[in-house]
Design a protein around this ligand. Structure first.
Ligand code: F6P
Length: 323
């Protein structure tokens, strides 16, 4: 193997740069050239690339975002776009690809790898932690830390004003961020897309607690919860709980930025090194991840099936500790 391509795609995640650094360094050690495609799969379609050098990856381990930029490529969704991407691969002489991203990134890798018989290895880079086959995704831990720092601050003002705060966190289909940040920040309740109709129960519970003179608290809701997310939930609570003073904070994209945590840097470094070695061992069509302390491998087709479930013990924990 002489040349590998690498790209970051989908929503950015803190630690993507650390992964790019590890990939490039490992490739260099094996005398493999590293080509970085810009703006996700668009870079492949449009042949928009940079040759990664030592200089390109110096001093990036601590930086959030991605030096290769990212996108959710529309062009790559079509056969025509992927044919152009294949022409790029041929014209540059790329032997294999490493893609860093989430669900959509792995779906693209699975289709493209099969269509044109290109060895593709994926690294889980998303704050959502919703990929099957790995305990953690790169960026999740940093996002959690960002959320709890914010909630700690919100709690100060909530207590001072005797207010109930609804805090909306990211997670269209998955409640991983909501659940773990809820436990870590001592939230009174957490609403996630995985469980239905939680908002009615919450209204009943808060009514009872108000009778016991509870006035302030934190409710964390994932954006994709069936209550409709932060603003719909806040409206519902205001309608049914007139005795509470209720405010909403939508954390939004602040959750995706910032310097990666130690955990994310180590995870990204470990998986970046393994990705190059996996290609050297002729592995293809697999997403890497971690299970306990070990690096895991999952076929793309399995990783993207949306069947990663919330850990039952954590769900129980919030039920007990949120009371
Ligand atoms: O990175 C994943 C994710 O953060 C989701 O949780 C969120 O719904 C989405 O990206 C937001 O994407 P965009 O940046 O396109 O608004």
């Amino acid at each position: 193997m002489k040349k590998i391509g690498v790209l970051t795609s989908g929503g950015d995640a803190p630690g993507m740069n650390a992964a790019l650094r590890a990939i490039t360094k490992t490739a260099f050690a094996q005398h493999i050239e590293c080509i970085g495609f810009l703006n996700g799969y668009d870079g492949l379609v449009e042949n928009n690339h940079v040759v990664l050098k030592n200089k390109s990856i110096a001093n990036i381990i601590h930086r959030g975002g991605t030096i290769l930029k990212t996108a959710r490529s529309k062009a790559f969704l079509s056969k025509e776009g992927r044919e152009k991407a294949f022409q790029t691969i041929q014209s540059i002489g790329i032997d294999a690809m490493i893609v860093i991203g989430g669900d959509g990134t792995f779906t693209g890798a699975e289709i493209f790898g099969n269509e044109f018989d290109i060895p593709m290895v994926g690294l889980p880079g998303t704050i959502d932690n919703d990929l099957f086959g790995t305990d953690y995704t790169i960026g999740y831990d940093t996002a959690l830390n960002t959320v709890i720092q914010c909630v700690d601050k919100i709690r100060d003002t909530a207590l001072s004003h005797h207010r109930l705060f609804v805090v909306e966190v990211m997670g269209k289909d998955a409640g991983f961020i909501a659940l773990r940040s809820g436990i870590a920040s001592g939230a009174e309740a957490v609403l996630v897309p995985e469980f239905e109709n939680q908002s009615d129960q919450l209204v009943q519970r808060l009514k009872q607690e108000r009778r016991k003179d509870k006035q302030s608290g934190i409710v964390i809701v994932a954006e994709g919860d069936d209550s409709g997310g932060g603003s719909a939930l806040t409206a519902l609570l205001k309608e049914h709980l007139p005795l509470y003073d209720i405010r909403l904070t939508v954390l939004g994209h602040i959750q995706r930025g910032g310097s990666p945590s130690a955990l994310d840097r180590v995870l990204a470094s470990k998986l970046g090194v393994r990705a190059v070695n996996a290609l050297l061992e002729n592995r293809k069509g697999v997403a890497l991840g971690v299970k306990g302390m070990d690096v895991s491998e999952t076929p793309f087709s399995k990783a993207i099936k949306h069947n990663k479930t919330l850990k039952a013990n954590l769900v129980e924990l919030i039920a007990v500790l949120g009371q």
